[in-house]
Design a protein around this ligand. Structure first.
Ligand code: NAI
Length: 339
């Protein structure tokens, strides 16, 4: 995955090579919520990705065709279309291979991700219901919070529509991985691009569990406490600094584009790509759980267990389980009712 991440960090050189090597394969990607704080920079990064040949931008905001017009002036190998209004979601989703969903409201200071449930649950459910009709074979990447609940909601809606494929439904937790790599890299005084930190569990506060014991670093207990806490609550730093103006958008756009690139690489190249994502899980910790996954053409090929935990991590792991399971159950219950 290093090479793919390098693509986003240094976009200019590999483009030509990638266009030639990707041949004539078509990849249509839709962004639902494309006019928002995440949606716009995410769409920009996807426009720069040579694997994307068609990019459909959908949002309820009237600015959406303008966002598409703006991006359409960039000389890359994808065609961008903008969609808003009645019937427009179906057009945007038609024949999609990948749908990335950052639609919904973000947090304000003092809010948890769960506080967004009442608004975002229906936005995700209605979006996914249309996906089941318009692009039943696509891969769905859910960014909208609370991810711990919106992914189970999506699974129930898809089950009711008889199009559920657990291998193709992902909650995007890549920003937690990005934060862990950055904070641990800074702390260890290492090139952040070389740092690997597993982050498992879910995507909200204490359910975000970074496994520092897997980094090869030696941490004093107080540093472990502080770094773990910072990774768990890294999102709050941004929410507070934006003073009511929303949550992470630019870093999330990067993280979302990085994860989308991994999914596209797995679909296109037939190679196995390793990532972390919040997926249906048979590991026994919660019905949906974030851990390392191997992706191939069909999506999630294998869900990997978390490996050995030290005593500190074991304690946090046990503490996290009830909260994560409650948020998953809340999503399942909503999804069943909706569908
Ligand atoms: P934003 O408010 O700037 O943008 C959201 C966009 O969604 C708006 O343009 C809005 O018009 C659109 N929208 C609302 N209802 C829609 C619908 N039914 N169909 C299509 N579009 C619709 O919010 P921002 O900052 O972009 O955040 C979006 C979501 O991403 C939030 O739920 C936020 O909590 C979540 N998020 C997730 C992260 C993660 O790590 N998974 C990280 C950061 C944010």
């Amino acid at each position: 995955t290093k090479m793919q991440h390098g693509l986003l960090q240094k976009p200019m050189t590999p483009f030509v090579r990638m266009i030639h090597s990707s041949g004539a394969r078509l990849n249509k990607v839709a962004v639902v919520g494309a006019a928002g704080g995440i949606g716009q920079p995410l769409s920009l990064l996807l426009k720069l990705n040579p694997r994307v040949t068609a990019l459909a931008l959908y949002d309820v905001a009237p600015i959406t065709p303008g966002v598409a017009a703006d991006l359409s002036h960039l000389p890359t190998n994808s065609k961008v279309t903008g969609h808003t209004g009645d019937g427009a979601l179906a057009d945007a989703l038609k024949d999609c291979d990948v749908v990335v969903i950052p639609a919904g409201v973000p947090r304000k200071p003092g809010m948890t991700r769960d506080d967004l449930f009442n608004i975002n649950a229906s936005i995700v459910a209605s979006t996914i219901a249309q996906c089941a009709i318009s692009c039943p074979n696509a891969h769905y990447l859910i960014i909208s919070n609370p991810v711990n609940s919106t992914v189970p909601i999506a699974s129930e809606v898809l089950k009711a529509k008889k199009t559920y494929d657990a291998r193709k439904l992902y909650g995007v937790t890549s920003l937690d991985l990005c934060r862990a790599e950055t904070f641990i890299g800074e702390f260890m005084n290492k090139d952040q691009r070389q740092v690997k930190v597993p982050v498992v569990g879910g995507h909200a506060g204490k359910t975000i569990l970074p496994l520092l014991s897997h980094t090869g670093g030696a941490f004093k207990q107080e540093d472990k406490d502080a770094l773990t806490h910072r990774i768990m609550f890294g999102g709050d730093e941004v929410v507070q600094a934006k003073q009511g103006g929303g949550s992470a958008t630019l870093s999330m756009a990067y993280a979302g584009a990085r994860f989308t690139e991994s999914v596209l690489a797995a679909i296109q190249d037939g190679k196995v790509v390793e990532e972390y994502a919040f997926v249906e899980s048979k590991l026994g910790y919660a019905p949906f759980f974030s851990s390392k996954v191997s992706l191939d053409k069909g999506g999630v090929k294998e869900v990997h267990d978390v490996g050995a935990l030290d005593d500190f991590e074991k304690k946090l792991f046990e503490e996290m389980k009830p909260e994560l399971n409650a948020q998953v159950e809340k999503g399942i219950a909503f999804g069943k009712k909706y569908a």
